[in-house]
Every structure is written in C-alpha cells, then in structure tokens.
Design a protein around this ligand. Structure first.
Ligand SMILES: *[C@@H]1O[C@H](CO)[C@@H](O)[C@H](O)[C@H]1NC(C)=O
Ligand SMILES: *[C@@H]1O[C@H](CO)[C@@H](O)[C@H](O)[C@H]1NC(C)=O
Ligand SMILES: *[C@@H]1O[C@H](CO)[C@@H](O)[C@H](O)[C@H]1NC(C)=O
Ligand SMILES: *[C@@H]1O[C@H](CO)[C@@H](O)[C@H](O)[C@H]1NC(C)=O
Length: 247
C-alpha cells in the first residue's frame, strides 16, 4: 500500500492500518486544522469535487460529507464524515486518480497546510441504529451534531439499549433527518452520535422535548461522565445517497 505517499500524515496511516475488520463498514470522522481560511475552503472544494465522483462512480462510498464548525467562530477547521461499505472499497477510493492527484498531491505540495496533524477518529458502525432520510439532501442548512459521550464502566451497553427505541422514534420525527450511533474501537466506555435536524429550533423545541428523548436522557444522564458536542454546518459532499443522487 502507498501510505507514505498519501500525505494525510502519519496518524491517518497508522489508524487505517488498524481500522479494518473484514466486511465491516469503515467510518471516519476527520478533523483538518488548516492554517488559513483560504486553504480550508480550497480543501473543502477539492473534497466536494471528489464527492461527485464518489456519488456517481463509487457505489460503496455511502457518506462523504464536508462540514465546518457552526457559528463562524472557527474559520480554520474542516471535518469530513466518510463511510465505506468495507475495507476494499476504502482502499480502492484511496487509490482513485482524483484522490491521489487532486487531494493528496495537493496537500503534500503545500508547506504548513496544517497547524497540527489532521485527527482521524474511526467509529464502529452499529448498522441497525443508523438512518439518513432523503430530506437531508434537500435541507437548506441541516443542523448537524456530532457528540462524543463517555460513560461509567459498563454503562455503554445499558445506554445502547435505551437508545434503540429513541432511534425508532426519531425516524418518525419529520425534522430529524439523520441519526447514527457508533461505538469507539479504542475506548469501550465511549459512544459517538451523528445527528442532523432541519434546524436548531427543531432540535431544541421538538426533538429534545419528545417523551422518548426525555426518557433516554433521564435514564442515561447519571451514567455519563463526559459529553463533547460539536455543532456543524454542511459545506459540501453528501450524507445521503439514493437513486436520485447525493446530497
Ligand atoms: C481505530 O483507530 C485507532 C487509532 O487511531 C486504532 O488503534 C484502532 O485499531 C482503529 N480501528 C479499529 C477498528 O480498532
Ligand atoms: C472542481 O470541479 C470543477 C468542475 O470540474 C472545476 O472547475 C474546479 O476547478 C474544481 N475545483 C477544485 C478545487 O479542484
Ligand atoms: C477568521 O477568524 C479570525 C479570528 O476571528 C479573524 O481575525 C479573521 O479575519 C477571519 N478570517 C476570515 C478569512 O474570515
Ligand atoms: C410514527 O408516527 C405515526 C403517525 O404520527 C404513528 O401512528 C406511529 O405510531 C409512529 N411510530 C412510532 C414508532 O413512533
């Protein structure tokens, strides 16, 4: 494999080396700390172009979204949310011409493109607790939230059970556009969630006030030892992929 030429630095390569259980989906949430806003925007634009290729020519790439922190206070960070059906699809994607030239060729050609190394977090996908609705692709400004949640020892199992019914209920909420629950391959006491709502108002005033959301919070809050919330805005690529296209 050509990790040394990838240019997305050592952490990505070492992470990828370990990430791949045969046949399982591969999911990455990557933080790119760029040194200027112009470089951040060019990175997004290049990856957005790659997303068109992944949408049409790479059936096994199910998510390839580019997002930035919401609110404008941080104009240097970009994140990607990527999901591949399996490790073979992921390696094939890395080897695609557009990825090696337009992305890795470019990142390696810019000195000091990063203020620190990009941070790649792999999540373990729980297939039954994931959905993205076609409405996500059409939403003007989906309110995207990634959370890292740690629990007291043994709590994760209990929390997943409670979340099962919450995922079913969320699917039924018109303004809840996506939800995914993931375990952390490195920390067994940690869960990750990826959610998208039609607006912040829908999250605050409808989703969070639903009986199921309240019940889950009530039953799991006490076991939680930390909560990191990252509010995100979509800038390119796709979370939803369907017959009509990607968005
Ligand atoms: C996920 O990444 C970490 C390091 O970033 C690695 O130790 C781990 O083996 C990776 N993948 C899996 C499936 O565990
Ligand atoms: C993205 O693709 C468009 C259309 O092919 C092209 O004009 C543009 O230069 C590309 N942008 C980058 C940053 O590669
Ligand atoms: C980015 O944010 C910094 C700090 O808030 C600000 O000084 C700078 O003008 C911003 N740059 C752009 C291109 O928006
Ligand atoms: C979903 O909503 C419909 C109509 O509001 C309702 O009849 C149904 O019971 C709901 N299903 C779940 C699982 O909440």
């Amino acid at each position: 494999m050509r990790f040394s030429s990838l240019g997305l630095l050592i952490p990505l390569a070492s992470c990828i080396d370990h990430a791949l259980a045969a046949g399982a989906p591969v999911f990455f949430f990557t933080q790119f700390p760029t040194s200027t806003t112009a470089l951040r925007d060019e990175l997004i634009s290049r990856m957005h172009n790659i997303s068109h290729f992944s949408c049409t020519d790479e059936p096994g790439v199910s998510k390839y979204a580019l997002v930035i922190p919401r609110g404008g206070g941080d104009n240097l960070t970009a994140y990607s949310i990527e999901q591949y059906d399996d490790d073979a699809t992921f390696y094939k994607h890395l080897g695609a011409e557009i990825v090696s030239t337009s992305l890795f060729g470019w990142t390696t050609s810019i000195p000091n493109i990063w203020t620190k190394d990009p941070a790649v977090q792999n999540f373990t996908v729980i297939d039954s607790m994931n959905f993205v609705k076609p409405e996500f692709a059409k939403a003007a400004d989906p309110y995207i939230v990634v959370e890292g949640l740690t629990y007291m020892s043994g709590g994760v199992h209990h929390v997943i059970e409670h979340l099962e019914e919450a995922v079913v209920a969320s699917r039924n909420e018109s303004g809840t556009l996506a939800f995914g629950l993931y375990t952390d391959p490195v920390n067994k006491d940690k869960l990750w969630t990826l959610a998208a709502y039609e607006s912040e108002d829908y999250l605050t005033n409808v989703h969070n006030k639903s009986p199921t959301a309240r019940e889950v919070d009530e039953h799991t809050r006490g076991m939680r030892s930390s909560r990191q919330t990252i509010l995100l805005q979509k800038r390119g690529g796709f979370l939803y992929k369907g017959a009509a296209g990607c968005g």
